[in-house]
Write a protein that binds this ligand. Sequence first.
Ligand SMILES: Cc1ncc(COP(=O)(O)O)c(C=O)c1O
Length: 432
Amino acid sequence: MEINAPYEINKKGHLVFDGCDVVGLANEYGTPLYVVSESEIRKRCKRIKECFMHKYTDTQALYASKAMSNVAIYRIISDEGLGIDVVSGGELYTAIKAGFPAEKIYFHGNNKTQDEIKLGLDNNIGCFVIDNDYEIDLIQKTAFESGKKVKALLRIAPGVSVNTHEYVCTGQIDSKFGFSIKDNTALIAVKKVLESHNINFAGIHCHLGSQIYSREAYYEAVMIMISLLGQIKQEYGIEAEELNVGGGFAVFDYERDKYVDIADFIETIMDTVEEQCSIRKIKRPRVLIEPGRWIVGESGITIYTVGAVKEIKGIRKYVSIDGGMTDNPRYALYNALYKGIAANKAAEKCTEVVTIAGKCCESGDILIKDLNTPALEPGDILAVLGTGAYNYSMSSNYNRLTKPAMLMTNKGEVRVIMRREDYEDLLRYEQI
Ligand SMILES: Cc1ncc(COP(=O)(O)O)c(C=O)c1O
């Protein structure tokens, strides 16, 4: 089953997103503008519950909140009954302020500071995911000082490479993340945690990367992780409570017209877990997944106004918009592919191929390389689709551009969840 994001074209020939005329939103709230659909996010959470949490006992999905972290999204995720993963004090603080249930928060990251660990401890979060030896020591010391015993998973680098951009591959041996499966490193780390009196070893975690299409990668990872659980039982006589296999489930790839339903990945994961646990005679642990992009990626769009149009005859036509790598650095970072639609000309035929450029002083500030579109002119409204994940959360003020506002839509209803930054915001931290 394919989950299609909520797009239509209305009688005016305008693009409609989640029941809202995109041109109308641009006129009323200005551009650039992030728009996120609450109904789409909820639909996706429900799908995850249907094919994972309700289908298999003892399972839990965590929203990987690095994809988009703000109070509004944490409240929706909490309401839908999912947990979250956070990777910094800032994400944790935002979640706590949003009233997110602390016991459903997993704290990731490869270099947690003592202050961040303390923030987690003070708020009684559910679990720390320990990334390296230094963190075992620091979490043990900080928990001891706080007089607490914390639940922890160990992050493992299972040595599984996936076919995605190298900057979003994380499960290979040569990675900054996790204890390597090689040379017994992971097994030795488990022993160290078992000997740490203020840490309660709960199980293991891995995360292979992002925008993964291969079910085989998850199969391979689960095989390796269950084999490690078998070794842990054999060596230390304990059965782990939890196995967390991370996120990375790909969203629709417009360019290649490629899609794999999340239910298919989950089926592969769960079938392999059940089979391998039975073969190795170990108790089937609680299984967790951590989708980020799959929940919010296609639930968001960004709206821009077209400005300068420049044609270099026989070479390329550049169409510049009023945002760019500051609100969406993903093309500049790893050539991420996006689809754009001229929102005020959504019913018109595409007649040209153009490059959509941002307004920053960087040649790499491009959003879409070869976009098929009706002719674009200054004042046209361009919607870039599928920008809900890793856009707002990766945004910056480079060139002192102010960050866009963010709207949340729900079947035609609109609310501002983040106001537009203004120039005064840029001076807020300066000691003038
Ligand atoms: C530990 C961990 N879990 C989950 C995710 C979510 O990945 P995605 O948004 O591709 O599902 C990430 C993303 O980098 C991650 O680092």
